[in-house]
Structure formats: structure tokens, C-alpha cells
Design a protein around this ligand. Structure first.
Ligand SMILES: Nc1ncnc2c1ncn2[C@@H]1O[C@H](COP(=O)(O)OP(=O)(O)OP(=O)(O)O)[C@@H](O)[C@H]1O
Length: 213
């Protein structure tokens, strides 16, 4: 049995009076998970709660012990998140952002630069993000999600916007990273390509609960 990468206990999330999540208990072993659900089901909210970016009720642990409230710095070093529609200050370059992420997340630079080269980000990394197309922004955000030594990477709609060549490379990078011990939760309205990724399970939001199948 693989180690538990994330444990959620009595996790709930409301926006004012509107309840979005109510998860009594969820434990995920290391693996690659597809998080699916219709528009507005709560996928992005789930990821932002897991990433420690939104306040919530309850408890979330990483690697069985690291608590989001009691060890917030250690927690955030173990979990990375790439937004569905990334936005960055327009005047920063991709390289500025990489440097910022390296300073906050630490980790080895070489594999991140290798990924940037593989995905063609090195062609525009010195330009301000204001000049990026949506696909270029997406690629940069995906590279940033691999900075540091995360135990788990949350990718919100990573398959949209990028071209088919980059998509094939991304699948390879995710699978290699998983082979090195990193877990993934990936939202997508399309099923993940199981010929390219070893998917451990599907997560579905049903009646505000997160169900593992
Ligand atoms: N900042 C917010 N304030 C109030 N309600 C919000 C806020 N963000 C999200 N919601 C509501 O929470 C619910 C879940 O939204 P969320 O963005 O998590 O869904 P999603 O599953 O990611 O949707 P999609 O597939 O359309 O991206 C929706 O009903 C949405 O209207």
C-alpha cells in the first residue's frame, strides 16, 4: 500500500452562506488522480483549499503529518498548484517568476530548466508576460508548478490551451515525475489519456463530497 499523500478530515468550504464542499474524510495514496465534475461543481475550490490558498473548516495533512494550519510553511513547500487561467504581473518576465519561485520553493533548478526547454518556454522566458499568448502563459504556469520538492502537484485544466506537441511532452513529464514519487491531482473535462498516464483513481464531487473511485 502506497503512503498517504493527502488526508482531509471534516473539510468544508463556504462562500458566505453558500456551501461548496463538505468532505467528512478523504485519504489519497501516492498516485495520479483525475478530478472531474461539471461546471461549478467545486473543482477549483477544492484545489485552492488543498493548496492553502482559501480559508476552510477542518484539517488537511500532507504526507500523513504536515498540517496546513500548524506547519503552514512546510505544508506549502510540499504542494504546488497551477491555475486554470494563470495571471501574473504584466511587467515581470518568465525568468523573474522562475527566480521568485526558486527563492520561495527551493529545489533543484536543472530539471525545471530542462522542462522549460522541452516545452519551448526558453524561447520567450526573458520577455515580459504581458507579451505572452494564453498558451505561452499556460506553459510557463505548468513549468512553475514543478519548482521545488513538492509531494503533490495540483494542475487545474492543464490540458487546455496548449498545442498537441506540448501536450504529449506534458504527459511524459507528469509520468516521469510521478515515477520519481510525486503525486498529481488533475482537473480536466476530458478523461486523462490512460495510455500515457498511470491513473490511480478518479475523484468526483458528489453532494459537496469528494468521492474516490
Ligand atoms: N469567490 C467566490 N465567491 C462566491 N462564490 C464562488 C467563488 N468562487 C467560486 N464560487 C462558487 O463556488 C462554486 C464552485 O466553483 P468552482 O470554481 O470551484 O467550480 P469548478 O468545478 O472549478 O467549475 P468549472 O468547471 O466551471 O471551472 C460555484 O457555484 C461558484 O459560483
Amino acid at each position: 500500500m502506497a503512503d498517504k499523500v493527502i488526508t482531509m478530515e471534516s473539510v468544508s468550504k463556504n462562500y458566505q452562506d453558500f456551501a461548496v464542499l463538505d468532505i467528512p474524510k478523504l485519504e489519497l495514496s501516492t498516485g495520479i488522480y483525475w478530478l472531474k465534475g461539471e461546471n461549478g461543481a467545486g473543482k477549483t475550490t477544492t484545489m485552492k483549499v488543498m493548496a492553502g490558498l482559501l480559508p476552510f473548516r477542518g484539517e488537511i495533512l500532507l504526507n500523513g503529518t504536515v498540517n496546513s494550519r500548524r506547519q503552514p510553511v512546510q505544508y506549502r513547500r510540499l504542494i504546488n498548484y497551477a491555475e486554470a487561467e494563470p495571471l501574473y504581473p504584466a511587467y515581470l518576465t518568465g525568468r523573474d517568476l522562475l527566480e521568485l519561485y526558486f527563492r520561495t520553493k527551493g529545489g533543484d533548478r536543472a530539471p525545471v530548466f530542462a522542462m522549460a526547454t522541452q516545452m519551448g518556454v526558453d524561447n520567450f522566458v526573458n520577455n515580459p508576460v504581458s507579451s505572452y499568448s494564453s498558451g505561452m502563459l499556460k506553459k510557463l504556469s505548468l513549468v512553475l508548478a514543478f519548482v521545488g520538492n513538492p509531494a503533490i502537484i495540483l494542475l487545474d485544466e492543464p490540458l487546455i490551451t496548449i498545442d498537441t506537441k506540448t501536450l504529449a511532452q506534458l504527459y511524459g513529464i507528469i509520468q516521469d515525475s510521478h515515477s520519481a514519487g510525486v503525486s498529481f491531482i488533475i482537473t480536466s473535462h476530458q478523461p486523462l489519456d490512460s495510455s500515457q498516464l498511470t491513473v490511480a483513481g478518479t475523484l468526483t464531487i458528489e453532494n459537496k463530497n469528494l468521492i474516490l473511485n
